[in-house]
Design a protein around this ligand. Structure first.
Ligand code: ATP
Ligand code: MG
Length: 511
């Protein structure tokens, strides 16, 4: 069918008439025909007023959305693996963009990017359907990022604080612990009012299962939503997943709540976008990505925001993940994402291989807005750590071959080794604010200097488990305080000191 059969108005009237006789959706405004179908992309003729991203229905079931509009045809991405669709299948536009269910009924559920349940047969509770493409809040509707998101990971909370409403990229080579950081951050929200949304794009199904299992075991799964488009899902579903996840998270932001979204990962999303673009014959640009890939990710991440009090004061914090190849941060997608976000946590494969977990590269990581959101008490005790640690890393390099006699340098190196040991943290062992403040204050006061670095992990565990018995009420006192006063600080340091002695005790007793 083509426009030459008559004027557009006639044509429309005819298709409406015909529509009434078909099984296709009644609100459809026009009917087209599949001309060609391959690799999850359908070329459709006869949909003159279809809009970009409009949801299309195929006769006999199945849906897709319009990705590229040409003068005489529309390229649509299928949202499922549909074998029933072939050349000649009829298609109707719906006048709507792709929508997902939103609302509290999604909490605790595992869904695909269209809101269909993947965990059990029971459908999700739906409050409303919202478009996956939504406008980011305007600047006037936003507020400064001023409250922290606690990840429970010492190196991040102390050195690269995340603020509510911030976008922080987690970037590193394959298997350097990117997902683990994000999962720990989600798990730590069991102590907060933040709702977590984990979006899996192009991940192996087993990897996604591990994430869900970890949150179920260690976190508060009833306050998490998992949006999954694994590597086996149709490319259309993978493309839409991050947008759907943001729409689902925005529901909470827009009602004055707080949400955290993890997108694992945008490198795979970019690859899907490139694949779809090449199939719809968009001209390839740098590294064969189409020119609009920057815009796609920028408009996605722009939706993370801290809203002003007049707009409810809600927030949406984004932790997108990106993969690098041999640590190359200057490749196209990494540079794009670094410039779109408000900072990055860089994971280094050499540190990972050297057993530094999390393998955060302190020199390359940065949080551009979160510093102001850090709890004052934590800021007080972590102030010097970054500098001390960077100095130590340099000194360590210069003095690798030994022969240091300067006692000041020896002390600096000893301190640095203890900082490094303290910043190591296994998975699922998140630390609360008071644990973090106590450990850092004790480090600053030299309490750990006499302790072999190898025993510091044990101290960290003991502090997490027993600080409350050694300094009862300290957590509440700290939570209510604007800053860390001298008495409280002294109590915390003494408590860590006693724990340190307990650990050292048996070792000292040995002859
Ligand atoms: P991929 O590139 O495959 O997505 P990734 O960068 O997301 O990998 P993870 O899957 O999070 O990396 O972690 C890789 C491995 O490192 C896992 O086996 C995980 O258990 C281990 N690991 C990550 N962080 C830590 C940690 N803090 N302590 C101990 N082990 C860790
Ligand atoms: Mg991963």
């Amino acid at each position: 069918m083509s426009l030459s059969e008559g004027s557009a108005a006639d044509w429309l009237a005819r298709s409406r008439e015909r529509l009434a006789r078909t099984e296709l959706s009644p609100e459809a405004v026009s009917i087209g025909r599949v001309e060609q179908i391959a690799d999850g992309i359908a070329r459709i003729s006869g949909l003159p007023d279809v809009r970009l991203n409009e949801l299309l229905h195929f006769e006999g079931g199945g849906s897709g959305f319009a990705l590229a509009l040409d003068a005489d045809a529309v390229s649509a991405v299928l949202l499922d693996d549909q074998t029933a669709i072939e050349a000649g299948t009829r298609v109707s536009g719906t006048g709507q963009e792709v929508r997902v269910p939103v609302g509290p009924g999604l909490l605790g559920r595992v869904i695909d990017p269209l809101g269909r349940p993947l965990d059990r047969d029971e459908p999700v509770g739906v409050e409303a359907y919202h478009s996956v493409e939504r406008q980011a809040p305007a600047i006037i509707e936003r507020d400064l990022v001023s409250e922290p998101v606690e990840t429970g990971i010492l190196v991040i909370d102390a050195l690269f604080t995340l603020g509510r409403g911030q976008r922080e990229l987690i970037i590193g080579d394959r298997a350097t612990g990117k997902t683990s950081i994000a999962v720990d951050a989600i798990i730590n929200q069991k102590h907060s009012d933040i709702i977590s949304v984990y979006v899996a794009v192009g991940q192996r199904a087993t990897a996604v299962e591990r994430v869900i299992e970890a949150v179920r075991q260690h976190g508060a799964p009833e306050r998490c939503i998992f949006v999954v488009a694994s590597a086996a899902a149709a490319p259309g579903l993978q493309w839409i997943a991050p947008f759907a996840g943001f729409t689902i998270a925005e529901y909470f932001r827009d009602r004055g709540g707080h949400a955290l979204i993890v997108v694992d990962d945008l490198t795979k999303h970019a690859a899907t976008h490139r694949e779809l673009a090449l199939l719809t014959r968009e001209p390839p640009g740098r590294e064969a990505y189409p020119g609009d890939i920057f815009y796609v990710h920028a408009r996605l991440l722009e939706r993370a925001a801290k809203l002003s009090a007049e707009h409810g004061g809600g927030s949406l914090t984004a932790l997108p993940i990106a993969e690098t190849d041999a640590g190359n941060l200057s490749a196209y997608i990494p540079t794009n994402l670094i410039s779109i976000t408000d900072g990055q946590i860089v994971l280094d494969s050499r540190l990972f291989a050297a057993n530094q977990r999390p393998a955060v590269d302190v020199g390359l990581s940065v949080s551009r807005v979160g510093g102001k959101a850090q709890y004052p008490a934590l800021r007080q005790v972590s102030g010097r750590i970054r500098l001390d640690y960077s100095q130590f890393l340099e000194l360590e390099m210069f003095t690798r071959f030994g022969g240091i006699s300067d006692t000041r340098i020896k002390a600096e190196i000893a301190r640095g080794e203890r900082i490094r040991a303290l910043l190591m943290q296994p998975r699922f062992a998140t630390l609360s604010l008071v644990d973090q403040v106590s450990l850092l204050a004790a480090l600053g006061d030299g309490v750990l200097d006499g302790m072999p670095p190898a025993r510091i992990p044990e101290l960290r565990e003991r502090v997490a488990a027993q600080l409350d018995t050694y300094a009862p009420g300290a957590a509440q006192a700290l939570a209510g305080a604007d800053a860390l006063d001298g008495t409280l600080r002294a109590r915390l340091v003494t408590a860590v000191g006693s724990l340190a002695k307990d650990i050292a005790g048996p070792a000292e007793a040995r002859p």
